[in-house]
Design a protein around this ligand. Structure first.
Ligand code: MLT
Length: 311
């Protein structure tokens, strides 16, 4: 340590209140500044990021003293975990701080898609009063297909019940008993595709989930299906989605995440039946406070010599 203090670099915007445990600790020197603007990278013991910073082997090369990388959020796909592991750098995340926000945002997307809220909003603000163009679909009695039944998926199922929907889930790690306890039906992926009116994905992005909804699988879904992605860009293959939107098989899609972000020139945004938000499912006051506080506490404990919990 320099002058007895550990140095912590916070490279993406984070809740000040959540960072308080680090900011207030006299043994921690906490700098909030993007890695690209930091000249003394070699002087930091800990690095805190959201999804804006890509933690590559090259970056780690410049951070000789780095002991811990903390992701204030769930997905660690922006961190080269293999390299970190090889170098003995611990990687932690905040696995549950933004669960509710993400489930709520997903539900907002489902309702918005079913009732064409964003399209109607754009129309009325454009000076129109077009009541015919925005006939929607009721959610009651519809089947929601949830791919990935972890924290977010299960919170979503609770909300779906409130809307009198039935829920079918696919998750290779879920037991029938746990599914029954949660009031959902566990199914094979094929069954889910055949039954669901609305399909939403809640998995991490891995080699197994990349393109999970691609040319072949979207073809197995019901004609007129709605697809939702508030997890990670690429789980629904964008080229395949475009194809099935064009031929009308997919009636609409709601996307919070994209294969490439920021998604400014993405062709999917040109479809009237696609609604989207700029990766904000976890952007609430509550979630941002939770995730920043969770990782701050953990980094503090770790640098004090205690084992990391969410690694
Ligand atoms: C996450 O993985 O937690 C989300 O994508 C939210 C974020 O990027 O902050």
């Amino acid at each position: 340590t320099i002058n007895g203090a550990y140095r912590v670099l916070v490279s993406d915007p984070m809740s000040e209140e959540g960072l308080a445990p680090l900011l207030k600790n006299e043994n921690m020197e906490c700098v909030q500044q993007n890695v690209d603007e930091t000249n003394d990278l070699a002087e930091y013991d800990a690095l805190l990021v959201r999804s804006g910073t890509t933690v590559t082997a090259e970056l780690m090369d410049k951070m000789d003293r780095l002991k811990i990388i903390a992701r204030a959020g769930v997905g660690v796909d922006n961190i080269d975990i293999d390299t970190a592991t090889k170098r003995g750098i611990v990687v932690i995340n905040a696995p549950d701080g933004n669960t509710i926000s993400t489930a709520e945002h997903t539900f907002a997307m489902i309702i918005s898609l079913a009732r064409k809220v964003p399209q109607a909003n754009a129309s009325i603000k454009g000076g129109e009063w077009n009541r015919k163009a925005f006939q929607g679909t009721e959610l009651r009695g519809k089947t929601l297909g949830i791919v990935g039944f972890g924290r977010i998926g299960s919170e979503l199922a609770k909300r779906a019940r409130g809307f009198d929907m039935s829920t079918v889930v696919y998750d290779p790690f879920l037991t029938k008993e746990r599914a029954e306890k949660s009031g959902v039906r566990l199914a094979e992926l094929e069954e889910l595709f055949a039954e669901a009116d609305i399909i939403t994905v809640h998995t991490p992005l891995t080699k197994d989930t990349k393109g999970l909804l691609g040319m072949e699988n979207i073809n197995k879904t019901k004609k007129g299906v709605f697809l939702i992605n508030c997890a990670r860009g690429g789980i629904i293959d964008e080229e395949a989605l475009k194809h099935y939107l064009e031929n009308g098989h997919v009636a609409g899609a709601a996307l919070d995440v994209f294969e490439e972000e920021p998604a400014q020139n993405n062709e999917l945004l040109n479809f009237e039946q696609v609604i989207s938000t700029p990766h904000i499912a976890a952007s609430t006051k509550e979630a941002q406070l939770n995730v920043a506080a969770q990782v701050s506490e953990e980094v503090l404990q770790f640098l004090k010599g205690m084992p990391a919990l969410n690694s």
